[in-house]
Structures are given as C-alpha cells and as structure tokens.
Write a protein that binds this ligand. Structure first.
Ligand code: SF4
Length: 125
C-alpha cells in the first residue's frame, strides 16, 4: 500500500482549524498516512520537504487561496489532490464556527472532511 502525505492549511479561521484537525485524525487512524507540517515545509525544514517531494500528497485547504498547495509547489512537491474545506462543508449544509477551540458543530465538520480525505486517499492508492 502506498504512503500518502496529508498536508493541512494553517489558516487562523474556522475552516483552517477543521482542515488541521481532519488531517491530524486521519494520520493518527490510518497507518499509511503521514502528516507534513506546511509551516515547517514553507520554512525549509528538510525532513518535510523530502517527505513532500517523495510521496503522493493530499492538500486540505481552508479557502480557495490554496496556500498549502502553493507552498508545497514552491518546495518542489506535486500535490495530487486538493480538497477545499468550505466546498466540502457547503455540500453538507455545514459551516465551521470556531477558530481555535472546537465546538460540537466543528467536530461534525471534521468528520465530514475526514470522509472526503479518505475518498481522495482511495483514489490515489
Ligand atoms: S488557504 Fe485560505 S485559510 Fe488557509 S492559510 Fe491560505 S488564506 Fe488562510
């Protein structure tokens, strides 16, 4: 089974928080997934740059600005799937509410985004 790198947006807004929590959960629960820290990657930490360049990547962004995708590209990594949290949640009639500490609504948003990450992962394997 291929390893998949998950990389979340670090936006200081509710969609960014849902992106980070979703990526973290899936990486904890699915052994073939690894997390790439986008801030460390953008800052030039070689461990993450190497990981991003060597594996398939799913980027989870908090908005269409797609910062995660852009930063990975600048470090020579190709993003295989791009997920946008607001688009995913809109289809389910949901909106994330909190920026730093999650409420019950945001935990439901995380479960929705986790399902989409796993769908994207299956398409890449
Ligand atoms: S993708 Fe959007 S939410 Fe995420 S860091 Fe960039 S501007 Fe902020």
């Amino acid at each position: 089974m291929n390893e998949i790198v998950l990389c979340a947006c670090s936006g200081m807004n509710p969609r960014g928080e849902v992106a980070r929590a979703s990526v973290y959960d899936v990486a904890q629960e699915d052994e073939e997934c690894k997390i790439c820290c986008i801030v460390a990657t953008g800052g030039g930490k070689q461990k993450y740059v190497d990981m991003a360049q060597a594996n398939k990547i799913i980027a989870v962004n908090g908005c269409p600005q797609n910062c995660t995708t852009t930063l990975l590209g600048e470090k020579g990594a190709t993003v295989d799937k791009v997920l946008l949290v607001p688009e995913i949640l809109k289809k389910e009639g949901m909106t994330a509410e909190c920026t730093v500490r999650m409420n019950e609504n945001d935990e439901k948003c995380v479960e929705i985004v986790k399902r989409e990450i796993r769908k994207a992962k299956e398409e890449l394997q």
